[in-house]
Design a protein around this ligand. Structure first.
Ligand code: CMC
Length: 428
């Protein structure tokens, strides 16, 4: 809990009430309204929770106005430069950076749990070929629970669940890709790092052995680090909310994956590439800008805007830099990158986007990076899910360990009909 030394006065019906003010590490302030209804009979109304803090948390700090993002206090730009996704996962879940020995032990543990139960392959093989990988991944995350008996010791069970999920998610993701293509599944290899292992499971084939490229693995690590946590976003809130009913972690993660699938959230990375491809095919950039500005058109510029960032998304800046370096190293020229850059330049000079504080977000260039390393478009959001998993787990763990834990159960203001008599069916 943050510190609570000040109070806010609320005057209602000429009566004065004192509500505590909670102050966070960086000076952010919140009015603690937990006793508001009890004392005044009022609730607060905040559709979309834009002004509601759902918890206190010591995991991630972000400042949308200043463009700051830190995991456990460490700026994400430092992690992107120096850390690996595994080390960042350890940091998020355990609360501190691992020692060399701890990191080695963690990697060995993840390797030991990287296989997926062979019987789960039958599930994959029975999904229609056209199934979206996010739907498959969400179902599979839930299904893993049925394959592993619960351990008696709660702490051991939680540690084992965390390990299984972190390790198996990349195997499950790669398997869904291989099976969707009708190709032979590639098993994880203990001699490879987390990212290299994933790329090998995706692209190794009996007729063309996959060559691991260190630049690609580095890019993948940065991509995952940038996505690893983002405080109380939609999918994380889903994980916390579902988890608050004390459901098992697999089910909570499955709910998070489902929420992330949405095009306004993680699904935006796929939607951006679809939008850029459409602009490339139909040469209709001006039309896209006009449609995005039209109040009567539901079309939005995908990869633009953010609930919290009202300036550049720091993640997008790191992603764009990485995208430029990677394409140069791989000697790739992607026409969609040129379209993205042009679209960004036009939008940033346009009054509508300026007035609405709409800047490119992390998803705007991430799809170009994914395309460069060979990930198919419908797997982009799965890549985001692999990255966000440690964040979901850390947030779930924090909520479960919170001494002030509560079932998440918001209230509402009812606006439907007042009491109405039931009319028998023959008289309607
Ligand atoms: N294109 C055109 N207009 C937009 C856009 C956009 N991308 N985003 C917001 N607006 C307008 C919106 O029409 C509204 O206009 P007005 O006030 O005139 O009616 C105003 O900006 C505020 O929009 P909002 O939906 O109330 O704002 P929000 O804070 O709820 O929106 C958002 C956040 C991400 C849902 C929205 O910006 C959006 O739909 N962006 C496109 C999808 C996208 O790129 N999502 C990825 C987010 S970053 C990755 C992640 O963390 O999930």
């Amino acid at each position: 809990m943050g510190t609570m030394t000040e109070f806010v006065k609320v005057i209602y019906n000429d009566e004065e009430f004192q509500l505590p003010l909670v102050v966070g590490t960086e000076g952010e302030k919140a009015i603690d309204i937990s006793r508001l209804r009890q004392e005044t009979g009022l609730i607060t109304l905040d559709t979309g929770y834009a002004n509601t803090g759902s918890c206190t948390s010591s995991i991630t700090f972000m400042d949308g106005e200043k463009g700051i993002l830190r995991y456990r206090g460490i700026p994400v730009e430092q992690l992107a430069e120096h850390s690996s996704f595994m080390e960042t996962s350890y940091l998020l879940v355990s609360g501190r950076l691992p020692t060399r020995q701890e990191l080695t032990e963690f990697s060995v543990l993840l390797n030991d749990h990287s296989l997926v139960h062979e019987d789960m392959r039958a599930f994959y093989e029975n999904f229609p070929r056209s199934s979206h990988p996010m739907g498959i991944l969400s179902s599979m995350a839930n299904a893993v629970k049925s394959f592993y008996p619960e351990l008696q010791n709660l702490e051991e069970e939680i540690n084992m669940t965390v390990t299984r999920l972190l390790s198996k998610i990349r195997t499950m993701a790669a398997m869904s890709y291989k099976i969707s293509r009708g190709h032979k599944v590639v098993y994880p290899r203990p001699d490879l790092t987390y990212g290299a292992n994933f790329m090998n499971m995706m692209f190794d084939s009996p007729v063309r052995p996959f060559e691991i490229d260190d630049d690609v693995v580095k890019a993948l690590n940065v991509f995952w680090i940038l996505h690893a946590d983002h405080e109380q976003n939609c999918s994380t809130s889903a994980v916390r909310m579902v988890g608050s009913a004390k459901v098992n972690l697999y089910a909570a993660i499955s709910a998070g994956i489902a929420a992330l699938w949405g095009p306004l959230h993680g699904g935006a990375n796929q939607a951006v590439i679809e939008m850029l491809s459409d602009i490339a095919a139909n040469k209709n950039m001006d039309r896209a800008i006009e449609r995005a500005k039209d109040k009567n058109d539901s079309f939005r510029l995908m990869g633009f805007g953010h609930r919290v960032y009202k300036t550049f998304d720091l993640r997008m800046k790191i992603m764009k830099k990485m995208c430029d370096t990677l394409l140069e190293k791989l000697n790739i020229s992607d026409p969609l990158l040129d379209i993205a850059v042009e679209l960004e330049q036009i939008a940033l000079k346009d009054d509508y986007f300026i007035e609405h504080n709409l800047y490119p977000n992390v998803d705007f260039y991430s799809g170009i990076v994914m395309r460069a390393i060979g990930i198919p478009t419908n797997m982009f959001t799965v890549m985001f899910a692999i990255g966000r998993l440690p964040g979901w787990i850390a947030q779930w763990k924090e909520s479960q360990d919170d001494p002030n834990w509560k079932l998440c159960r918001p209230r509402q203001i009812y606006t439907g009909p007042a009491e109405t008599e039931y009319v028998p069916i023959g008289k309607r």
